[in-house]
Design a protein around this ligand. Structure first.
Ligand code: FAS
Length: 390
């Protein structure tokens, strides 16, 4: 069996790559280890940033792949209970960002890909990659009933996240990993509770908290906690008490908690994002802390560059394939820096030692009072900053 591209993973990166390739008339096969139901309900990100919306618009796919509602670009900061609204609109033309939960985007990308005749195989087990430095890589896997299958291709798109098989296939010493641990833990809670009027980031001496919309009747909350804290140490009552205190909202309406997990805020970048005919896309190449909402949006950026590069290559021009890694990494580091700046500012402004706390509060004052600082912030929030584009 053979195809042009084998895509490993059917998350945002994999389904964006597959949909854009299919839309370009390029054959590909998607191999996903989990079931369609499992992938369809995995809830994580919630905002498709302005740049990503305009990327889909440039492909003529907005109406088919984007759900949710337009985002008015207003972000609320609450420092010791005092609210300040910051806008991310930079006045440029074109559609705005969208409050589109990640699982809605993945479901719509999947539906679009299948409507266009795409080949998507769920419950593909034991995927392995071979001959990546030759002209025709081979991908092996087992179907759900255990049948071994082999596919030869021109390229492999490693879209299988941070724990996938793609990056692990690259021999030691080829990739350089740049890792950073913020030493901060977040308890993240999904609840059937009314979403806020605007995404809310709250700074308080008790620690950072946030409240984001996740659809018309669901919310995602974050509570800073020790990195090695145990979710069981956070019964419902404690979660809502801490949120009411840190968000400065004694009347916060609660709801049934549908998911909770604790994770460490960490960042990770692998360079280069390519090995032979394997191209790493999204979390398979880089992890960014959720502060600033860049993880999924970087996956969409990589997917766009890779799909365009393959489209050029099948027409005889490999330039974009050769520059893929460097161009993606330029935006990755730009967004890593933004996420790092926001993570440090919003955590130090709360409970860091006094000198760092005053530095962080000075940064927030600058953001709230200087049009130039607000403009730079808006560029970064929307992803429209030129620095990230090679
Ligand atoms: P994914 O991990 O989403 O997808 C990888 C796919 O590959 C999965 O379906 C997996 O099953 C499959 N796979 C893995 N190994 C395989 C194998 N061996 N064979 C076949 N398939 C395999 N990002 C934001 O932009 N904004 C946010 O607000 C935000 N919040 C987040 C909150 C949380 C709690 C978490 C954990 C992440 C958050 N993120 C956020 C980041 C997150 O959305 C990722 O960036 C995004 O899922 C990346 O998409 P993919 O690269 O497709 O990787």
């Amino acid at each position: 069996e053979s195809t042009t591209v084998v895509v490993i993973g059917a998350g945002p990166a994999g389904m964006a790559v597959a949909t854009l390739l299919r839309h370009s008339g390029i054959d590909c096969v998607v191999l996903e280890r989990r079931s369609r139901d499992h992938v369809a309900q995995r809830q994580r990100a919630g905002i498709v940033e302005t740049r990503a919306v305009r990327m889909f618009d440039s492909w003529g796919l907005t109406d088919r792949v984007l759900g949710g509602v337009p985002y008015d670009g207003i972000l609320e900061f609450r420092v010791d209970g005092r609210s300040r609204l910051v806008s991310d609109s930079d006045g440029s033309d074109g559609p705005p960002a969208r409050l589109c939960p990640q699982q809605v985007l993945v479901q719509k990308l999947t539906a679009t890909y299948l409507e266009d005749g795409g080949d998507l195989r769920f419950e593909a087990a034991d995927v392995s990659l071979h001959d990546l430095t030759g002209d025709r890589p081979t991908v092996r896997y087992r179907t759900a009933d255990g049948t071994p299958r082999t596919i030869t291709c021109d390229f492999v798109a490693g879209c299988d996240g941070d724990h996938g098989v793609s990056r692990r296939t690259v021999p030691d010493g080829v990739l350089t990993a740049y890792a950073f641990d913020h030493g901060i833990g977040w308890l993240t809670v999904l609840a059937d509770a009314p979403p806020p009027a605007h995404p809310l980031l709250a700074v308080s001496r008790e620690g950072f908290a946030a409240h984001f919309p996740r659809g018309p009747s669901a919310s995602r909350y974050y509570l800073q906690c020790p990195p090695d804290d145990d979710p069981d140490a956070w019964p419902e009552g404690r979660v809502w008490d801490a949120l009411r205190t840190r968000l400065g909202d004694p009347g916060l309406v609660s709801g049934a908690i549908t998911d909770r997990e604790i994770f460490r805020l960490r960042s990770l970048v692998h360079d280069p994002m390519r090995y032979g005919r394997l191209f790493l896309v999204g979390d398979a190449a880089h992890i960014v802390s959720p502060m600033g909402g860049k993880g999924m949006n970087l996956a969409l950026y990589d997917a766009d560059l890779f799909a365009r590069a393959v489209r050029d290559s099948v027409q005889g021009d490999d330039t974009a394939l050769h520059t893929y890694s460097a161009r993606c990494l330029r935006r990755v580091w730009n967004d890593q820096e933004f996420s790092h700046w926001l993570t440090r500012t919003l955590h130090d402004a709360g409970d860091a030692e006094p000198f760092l706390r005053n530095l962080a509060r000075a940064r927030l004052d600058r953001l709230f009072t200087s049009p130039a600082a607000a403009g730079a912030f808006a560029e970064l929030m929307t992803g429209l900053d030129p620095a990230g584009d090679a």
